[in-house]
Design a protein around this ligand. Structure first.
Ligand SMILES: O=C(O)CCC(=O)C(=O)O
Ligand SMILES: [Fe+2]
Length: 319
């Protein structure tokens, strides 16, 4: 059973702007009350999802040494394959039982920002699989567009300039990730999670999950509730950077993935993050005399890097 709001965003794609405010209002409500909701009526096709799932299954089935040719722990800009237990989202629990592939906004090695050593900038590191590159780069671009559409609705809800976020999400540091959760064996400790309880670091996450189930969200009353798979939907959630940007008008909500029993689980979150130099400083209309800005302004890259260091041992060692 699902308790989270389900929002049909199809009106955001209509030319008739009179239908936008009603959607913006629903998104605003969901971001304040839950920090979590489902969207349907988005333009990502079922065929695209099938192609991505097929690709993910082929990639994760490769031998470990093949996958480790693009080992994420050997990059400073955070691209490639993360083997099981590379990440520990809940420091009080064992490392996560999952493997991952991360990609971002591609910048060639000779791009001035890469040469200048700008954080989180650089080339994507794709596996050598037929069609993979084109599929993933196209999907990254399409997810970035979908995120910007949602952000436009948020700008409307916040009553700020329509293109406020568009101007800040060019050449983003958004990450598209594929995750494989292998089945947990019954003998494994119940403490073992697919993804430990955490809040996301960035602005907005758009998650595709397959039909295995296991995603849970912590409601305001502290109870863990299921966020079950809903065909054709993405689960959207607010990350800490957006909570900070909005002075906590929008909330980042803890969630986790119970390790699947007897089945493999595949998911694909897209973490939408602004240009690395974007100043995350209290948004217009999010503070007042009796609700002053709570957080020190930071850049998007500065904030993300500090959070990565908390979950990846290899990034701490580097720092
Ligand atoms: O795999 C999922 O369903 C959720 C993953 C997640 O929460 C994350 O990667 O931040
Ligand atoms: Fe998450």
């Amino acid at each position: 059973m699902n308790a989270l709001p389900i929002i049909d965003i199809a009106p955001l794609y209509a030319d008739d702007a009179s239908a936008w405010p009603a959607v913006a209002e629903q998104i605003d409500r969901a971001c304040r009350d839950w920090g979590f909701f489902y969207i349907v009526g988005h333009p990502i096709s079922a065929e695209r999802i099938d192609a991505l799932l097929g690709a993910a299954k082929r990639f994760f089935a490769l031998p470990a040494e093949e996958k480790l040719r693009i080992d994420i722990t050997r990059t400073t800009h955070h691209r490639g394959y993360g083997a099981i237990a590379t990440e520990q989202l809940d420091p009080s629990k064992p490392s996560d039982l999952k493997e991952t592939f991360d990609m971002g906004f591609h910048m060639p090695a000779d791009h001035p920002e890469v040469l200048a050593g700008k954080p989180l900038r650089g080339p994507n590191r794709h596996p050598d699989l037929p069609g993979w590159n084109e599929l993933m780069e196209q999907h990254y671009a399409d997810m970035q567009d979908l995120a910007k559409t949602l952000l436009r609705a948020m700008a409307m809800a916040l009553d700020i300039e329509h293109a406020f976020f568009d101007a800040r999400f060019h050449e983003p540091i958004s990450v598209l990730r594929m995750i494989h959760y292998p089945p947990r064996h019954t003998a494994t400790s119940a403490e073992q999670q697919g993804a430990g309880a955490h809040t996301d670091y960035g602005c907005v996450t758009l998650l595709y999950q397959d039909d295995a189930g296991g995603l849970q969200v912590r409601a305001r009353n502290g109870e863990w509730i299921d966020a079950p798979p809903i065909a054709g939907s993405f689960v959207v959630n607010i990350g800490d950077m957006m909570a900070r940007w909005s002075n906590d008008r929008y909330t980042s909500t803890p969630h986790r993935v119970i390790s699947p029993l007897g089945v493999d689980r595949y998911s694909m979150p897209f973490f939408a993050e602004p240009h690395p130099d974007t100043l995350i400083d209290c948004l217009p209309n999010c503070s007042s005399a009796d609700n002053p800005a709570k957080y020190r302004p930071v850049t998007s890259a500065e904030y993300l890097l500090s959070r990565f260091a908390d979950t990846y041992a290899y990034r701490r060692e580097e720092a």
